[in-house]
Ligand binder design. Structure first.
Ligand code: GLU
Length: 539
């Protein structure tokens, strides 16, 4: 993670971090999630959001969202909207931010440029920064030279030593300049709330960094610190990849003479095999989980299973979904691991299945409504989808209970195997030329009609007992008038009811569908067969 020349000691004196948290929490705690709109939100981003949110909630503070879009070239169109979408979807509602308002806005950096200009002018009045007139060409030559000598490219700080006269002259000639921070030599301590004391000598690896570019815009680091200060951020919780930038940020605070916030860096997320997560992988993209029908509280609980942070609460035991207030109460930076956290995608599937079962038991209205919305959104999958009303409540609950051991997400309920539950699926089977049930098409229609007659004679309650149904079908099939083999008869009924060649046992499907639906589906199938026959005869 750190380059070789860096002097780094990781120590973690518990007393120091405990004291610092206690003293900090007496004033209003303010935390922020500060994404750059450079791509989709991934698991790491949502974990940072979550931990900031939980810390703020636990300490009665505020959670803020700020969009860091100063690096215009890296902006990916649509990513700001997708960040906001994910925030809404995950229910990690900020107290302040774009779309949410607040007293410290605007919350998008590109709308705060005046403030950054004012602040750099302020620093230019001190001797903590200086104007650098080096041309792009010179910097490029320096870089090439370093690469040639197998050294890390770094600015040689030449403009630090320009005389006042030289500066005045360059300004008079309108030579473009950047503003650089004078890096202080020597080790600098960060008292990180997760990693403990981290000591780092930046001047050994970097030249003086640019705070303000010649185009009049701040660099990322400058805007980040100026905003954290002006938005009164007390705790910065962010990914460990930012730890390396923290000494620079602290030096900017010191240059202004501003009090520093507390920092807590969160360990890296990696794949189960130890490899790095790549942004190209779908399984780290939050919108993938949303679009596949995972519940946001499941994704959130999944994130709590990686790398600790919840003290006594054993979030890693895979059989509970904790509500957000419980997670907030238990949240504890002291117990966040320093090691990389492995993500295990199989776990989230199991967790979502578990949650579906919980909802069926404890919040059937919610999952039933989710299901109805899902069906409405996917009408095109069905031959005809009726408008569902309260009458269907029991039917939906029965189907949900039955499906709960067969599905992982609610979206599984609109995959082929489950379509027949909600409406008769398109009867593509009648288009097959060779039915292979034995018997002519007329005989097949007669068999289906006779089955309807049989079902009519049964009571509604008889449909609750699948063994009883099976028994009746067997007796019916063995009568002298029926020529079809039992297996062919089952295949015919399965196709009529579900349009599936493989699926749940026929009697079980009939029991689920109940008397009216079963009769309706078989009637429709006869109708489709008849139409097919007529069409064939027309040709
Ligand atoms: N804008 C940075 C990012 O998108 C966040 C840096 C920070 O939290 O300080 O990763």
């Amino acid at each position: 993670m750190f380059r070789k020349k860096t002097q780094l000691w990781l120590l973690r004196p518990k007393w120091m971090t405990i004291l610092s948290i206690r003293s900090e929490c007496s004033s209003t705690v303010r935390l922020r999630f500060a994404p750059s709109p450079t791509g989709f939100v991934h698991l790491g981003g949502l974990r940072t959001t979550l931990f900031n949110y939980l810390f703020a909630r636990k300490h009665g503070g505020k959670f803020i969202v700020r969009i860091e879009d100063t690096d215009r070239e890296r902006i990916v169109p649509g990513s700001l909207e997708s960040i906001m979408d994910i925030l809404h979807w995950s229910n990690l509602q900020p107290d302040e931010g774009p779309e949410f308002g607040g007293d410290y806005g605007p919350y998008i950096q590109s709308e705060r440029v005046e403030l950054y200009r004012e602040m750099i002018e302020k620093l230019l009045k001190t001797d903590t920064v200086y104007r650098c007139f080096c041309t792009h060409k010179r910097l490029e030559l320096l870089r090439r030279e370093a690469v040639k000598n197998r050294e890390t490219p770094r600015y040689d700080n030449r403009c630090r030593s320009l005389s006042n006269e030289e500066i005045r002259q360059n300004l008079a000639e309108n030579i473009p300049y950047t503003v650089r921070l004078k890096l202080l030599p020597g080790p600098m301590d960060i008292n990180d709330l997760v990693y403990g004391r981290v000591t780092y000598d930046l001047s050994l690896i970097e030249g003086d960094p640019i705070l303000f570019k010649s185009d009049g815009l701040p660099t990322y680091h400058f805007a980040n610190v100026v905003d954290d200060y002006h938005m009164r951020i007390t705790h910065v919780l962010r990914g460990v990849e930012w730890l390396v930038s923290t000494p620079k940020h602290l030096m900017i605070y010191d240059a202004f003479g501003w009090p520093r916030p507390k920092y807590a860096h969160l360990p890296l997320l990696i794949n189960t095999d130890g490899s790095k997560l790549s942004k190209r992988h779908d399984h780290i993209r939050i919108s993938t989980y949303r679009d596949q029908g995972y519940y946001p509280e499941v994704v959130i609980n999944y994130l709590t299973q990686m790398g600790g942070g919840f003290g006594q609460l054993n979030t890693a035991d895979c059989d509970k979904i904790y509500p957000i207030d419980k997670l907030a109460a238990a949240f504890d930076l002291q117990s966040v691991n320093q090691n990389n956290c492995k993500i295990d995608v199989e776990k989230i599937r199991l967790l979502n299945r578990l949650h579906i079962r919980n909802l069926i038991e404890n919040d059937p209205n919610r999952i039933r409504n989710d299901l109805i919305c899902l069906l409405e959104r996917n009408r095109e999958k069905f031959q005809s989808l009726q408008q569902f009303d309260n009458q269907d409540k029991n039917y939906f609950d029965k189907c949900l209970r039955w499906s709960s051991t067969r599905i992982y997400t609610i979206n599984d309920l609109i995959t082929n195997d489950f379509l027949f539950l909600w409406s008769q699926p398109k009867s593509t089977w009648v288009m097959e030329d060779n039915f292979s049930f034995g018997g002519t098409k007329q005989q097949i229609q007669q068999t289906l009609q006779a089955t309807i007659d049989l079902l009519w004679q049964m009571n509604e309650q008889d449909f609750d007992d699948k063994d009883e149904i099976l028994q009746k079908l067997r007796i019916f099939n063995s009568s002298d008038e029926q020529q079809m083999k039992f297996s062919a008869y089952m295949k015919l009924l399965r196709l009529s009811l579900t349009n599936l060649t493989k699926g749940p046992p026929v009697a079980e499907s009939i029991s689920l569908l109940g008397k009216n639906r079963t009769i309706q589906y078989i009637t429709n199938s006869i109708e489709h067969l008849r139409n097919k026959n007529n069409n064939n005869n027309d040709q």
